[in-house]
Design a protein around this ligand. Sequence first.
Ligand code: NAD
Length: 330
Amino acid sequence: MSIPQSTSRDDPARTAIKISVIGAGFVGSTIAYTLVMRGIATEIVLVDVNHARAEGEAMDIAHGAPFAKMSSIHAGEYPDTADSDLVIITAGANQRPGETRLDLTRRNAGIMVSVARQVARYSPESVLLVVANPVDAMSYVAQRTTGFPPARVIGSGTVLDSSRFRYLLSRHLDGIDTRNIHGYILGEHGDSEFPAWSLVNVAGMGIDEAAKAFDVDFGQAVRDDIAEQTRRAAYDIIERKGATYYGIGMAAVRIVEAIVRDEQSIMSCSTLLEGAYGLENVYLSVPLVLGEHGVSHVLTPDLTAGEMAALHASAEILREAQDSIEGTWQ
Ligand code: NAD
């Protein structure tokens, strides 16, 4: 006898979670693997223009089924993604020799439009998690293409950067558990991102008090070094191994978990600001609350004047990127 599973998003007894991952390269397949290991989805569909790659990755992960939590994983085409609860987009092209960042952004925007149209067609009620870079601009393209409410189109944003930041803070604070260190990288997932030092919190202590408690130096030079290491992390990893995928895989799955389990967890994802922080119509990362319908609240903790200026400067850069691809979806 089989027990029927409910798939309606509004049904409190819903147990089946279908997640589609578009782009089965390093990042997409690592996300799929992590989803299986964490037992978050009941069905995972991998889609890639290179169908053989998607098939190979799905087979490789599926063969570990006896050692993971129950879920079915398979490669497919867009019709197979129908009625996904959540769709993760990692499809993107890499920079060609001599290609500018702007040209790459335009090329990736074209890919994003073609993918987002299919998502809107087959999973119109889904929450969309954009991971492909440049993630803020790609989230904007995905939202404009699908016409989904902005709350349902989220960029992984600086969740990974904030986790790198917390890791570096932990190393400087005698290795205390990173889960007990709260702190956020805000703005662009990229060169104009910055740590909001005024929001760092360790057991209710701000950064200066924590520095005293652990008897460590958190002067400007140390802060600048931590900010720089956080900002440079992806470059440093790519220089050594050619790509980054484990950290983003774990970060993306943590975002997915908060959504499918309706956790109302706080993270720094990329979202469309519509007035918060005095900013309009730009995707960037700020602390927000995530649950089953996507973003339920955008939080606006007090920032220092310097942090607010850095956020606006980052928004300016992102708006230029958005302007450069405006209308791609028409
Ligand atoms: P990759 O080249 O290994 O994989 C990309 C995959 O996308 C390839 O398999 C390719 O065939 C597929 N693809 C291309 N066009 C497609 C289309 N139209 N439809 C379906 N699939 C398509 O690259 P990767 O290392 O997996 O990185 C993927 C993206 O994730 C890149 O944009 C990368 O910059 C980004 N990334 C983001 C973060 C983050 O923090 N947001 C971190 C790491 C990587």
